[in-house]
Design a protein around this ligand. Sequence first.
Ligand SMILES: [Zn+2]
Length: 251
Amino acid sequence: MRKWREFEIKLETLTPFRIGGERPIPGTTDVDSPVVRVGDRIVVQSTSLKGAYRAELERYLIDTSYDKANKKWKDQWTQPCIPADERSISNDEKKLVDQGIYKYCCSYPGFDSSICPICYLLGARGLTGFASVPFLNMEIEEIARLQFIGIDRVTGVSAKGRIGKFEVIPEGNTFKGNLYLLQEDDILGWKFGKSRSLSDSNGDKWLESGEWTEEKIIKDLIIDRLQNLQFFGGFKSRGCGRVRITVTPVN
Ligand SMILES: [Zn+2]
């Protein structure tokens, strides 16, 4: 049997907020940049939340576990990976790998590598993780349309063709969704917070010191990390994206 723990994620918008959706088919709407929807529902898509959460986890592990002065990991098994391999990594990211701050993506099988804490939660290439990051649904759908205007540098009035309409969610709105965390899979013998028996990898080495208890992982790597996301979504340079996230255990 599989057992799950459940956490409610509530996101409140403290400023206008938007996660951009696909560009509309010309002629179907007068909005140039809509917000993302699933069907007719306005949502925060899970991939956006997962990406922001992952970046926050990377920063946290580097801040707490990497000795920047001596350029050494205090616990090398907590070194996060960049989800890219030697072929797909960018030149700028490669510098971070060369400096030893990141490693290449965790993948399974991977005979001489281990799985980093982030991939333990969110999944590595070829191996599922323990957490399932949800879509967040908007509680009461409310949307504003704003206009941006490009000013002609010579005439000082709005430039032809440089006017566009975009959608934002006004401040004071709420999105909600539940994160599921696999607690136990008795067929595979997986238990959250414990190292998995994986034949073709060094596995979850970071858990072997015993420092990371189940409750510490839940507090430090799940609840506190999600709640620490203070800016999220697009148009930050236009004053959007300040949020408050609250995570509450359901069971
Ligand atoms: Zn990883």
